[in-house]
Design a binder for this molecule. Structure first.
Ligand SMILES: [Zn+2]
Length: 333
C-alpha cells in the first residue's frame, strides 16, 4: 500500500506522520508512526523579519532534513502532504501569508521542498488538513463537518459535501477573526475584538493577566481553574462564551450538525464547556438548538497529519493509484 508522510507544521515543532493508504480506498488510512522534531519557526521568522529569505531557507532545510530522517526508515514514501498555518492560495498552493510566521509572503513550499527532496509535495492550511483528517477517520457517516482548532490562535476547517472547502482566496474559515466584542482587544489581523483574542491559549492568558497582572500560560491557568481560582475560571468561561458566539454565526451560514474541537487547548474542554453550551443555546436559531453535535477530537492531535497525507490523494493524483474518493464513496454509500 502507498505510504505518504503527512506533516503538521506548528509554531515550535514539526510533526511527521507516516500514513499508509489503501489504494483501493476500501479501508481507513493508518498512521504507522509519528515523529516529532523541535523547530521554532515562529522565533526564526521574528528574528529574520527583515530578511525573510534567510528564514525561509532555514525552514525549508529543516523540513527537508526531517523528511529525510523519516524516509530513511520508510523508503517507499511516495509523496508528502503538509498542513501549514497560513493562508494558502487554492490554485497555486502559494503560502500567501502566515500570521504565526511574520515576514513570510508568497512562498512556494510545495515547489521549493519538492526540489530539495525529489518527491511530490502538496501544501494546505493546517486547520483544513485537520478537518479532512477528522472527516476521513470519523466513526459515522457525515458529509458536512466544521473543525475548530484551539491553539495559539483559533483555526477552522470546513468539509462540505465530503470535500475540503478551500474558498477562493485562501482565507476560508478564518473563524478566529470573527468579531465577538465591539471595541475589543486588538488582533494581529488588524481588527479588534476577534474571537481568537479570547478563545485561544493566548486569549486565555490575556484574560487572566487583565484580572491578576500575572503572566501565566493557558495550561497553568487551567490548573489554577481546576483548583477553584476565580480569575482562571473566568478566563476559561470567557473563552467558551466567545467560541460559542462565533460558532453560532458559522452555523447560521453553514448549517452542519457535526463540530469537532481540536488543538492543544481542547484538553481543557471541561473548563470551556459550561459557558460554551449556555451561549450556543442562547445564540443559535431555535430550530437548530439541540441538533448540533459538538465533540472534542478523539484523534489525539493526529488529525492534522492524517488529513495532510490524505489531501495529497485528494488534491493530486500522485501515482494515480491513491483513490481517497473511492474510499469516501464506499463509506457514504
Ligand atoms: Zn483578528
Amino acid at each position: 500500500m502507498p505510504i505518504l508522510i503527512g506533516i503538521d507544521v506548528g509554531g515550535t515543532n514539526l510533526r511527521l506522520g507516516v500514513v499508509e493508504v489503501d489504494t483501493a480506498g476500501l479501508v481507513k488510512p493508518r498512521l504507522l508512526e509519528e515523529v516529532r522534531f523541535q523547530a521554532d519557526f515562529s522565533s526564526l521568522c521574528q528574528l529574520h523579519q527583515q530578511a525573510p529569505e534567510l528564514a525561509w531557507q532555514q525552514i525549508l532545510s529543516t523540513i527537508a532534513n526531517a523528511i529525510h530522517t523519516v524516509a530513511a526508515k520508510y523508503p517507499e514514501v511516495s509523496a508528502i502532504g503538509i498542513g501549514f498555518p497560513g493562508f494558502i492560495a487554492p490554485d497555486t498552493q502559494l503560502i500567501l501569508q502566515s500570521p504565526n510566521f511574520p515576514g513570510l509572503r508568497n512562498v512556494d513550499l510545495s515547489a521549493d521542498l519538492s526540489a530539495l527532496i525529489g518527491l511530490p509535495v502538496i501544501t494546505e492550511n493546517d486547520a483544513l488538513a485537520a478537518a479532512y483528517g477528522e472527516y476521513v477517520m470519523h466513526p459515522q457517516r457525515v458529509s458536512n463537518l466544521i473543525y475548530l482548532g484551539l491553539g495559539t490562535g483559533v483555526g477552522g476547517g470546513l468539509i462540505l459535501n465530503g470535500q475540503p472547502f478551500q474558498g477562493q482566496h485562501g482565507v476560508a474559515m478564518e473563524v478566529g477573526h470573527i468579531i465577538v466584542q465591539e471595541n475589543g482587544r486588538r488582533c494581529g489581523c488588524g481588527n479588534s475584538g476577534c474571537m481568537e483574542q479570547y478563545a485561544s491559549a493566548s486569549g486565555v492568558a490575556i484574560s487572566y493577566f487583565e484580572a491578576t497582572q500575572q503572566q501565566s500560560s493557558a495550561a497553568e491557568i487551567a490548573r489554577l481553574a481546576e483548583s477553584g481560582n476565580q480569575a482562571a475560571l473566568a478566563a476559561y468561561a470567557l473563552a467558551g462564551k466567545s467560541l460559542a458566539q462565533a460558532l453560532a454565526h458559522m452555523l447560521k451560514v453553514i448549517d452542519v450538525s457535526e463540530v469537532i474541537i481540536g488543538g492543544g487547548m481542547s484538553g481543557a474542554w471541561a473548563l470551556l464547556a459550561p459557558s460554551f453550551q449556555q451561549q450556543l443555546e442562547q445564540d443559535l436559531i431555535p430550530a437548530l438548538r439541540g441538533k448540533v453535535n459538538v465533540n472534542v477530537s478523539t484523534m489525539e492531535d493526529h488529525a492534522g497529519m492524517v488529513g495532510a497525507a490524505m489531501l495529497v490523494s485528494y488534491l493530486t493524483h500522485v501515482g494515480s493509484v491513491i483513490r481517497a474518493d473511492n474510499y469516501m464513496q464506499q463509506r457514504l454509500a
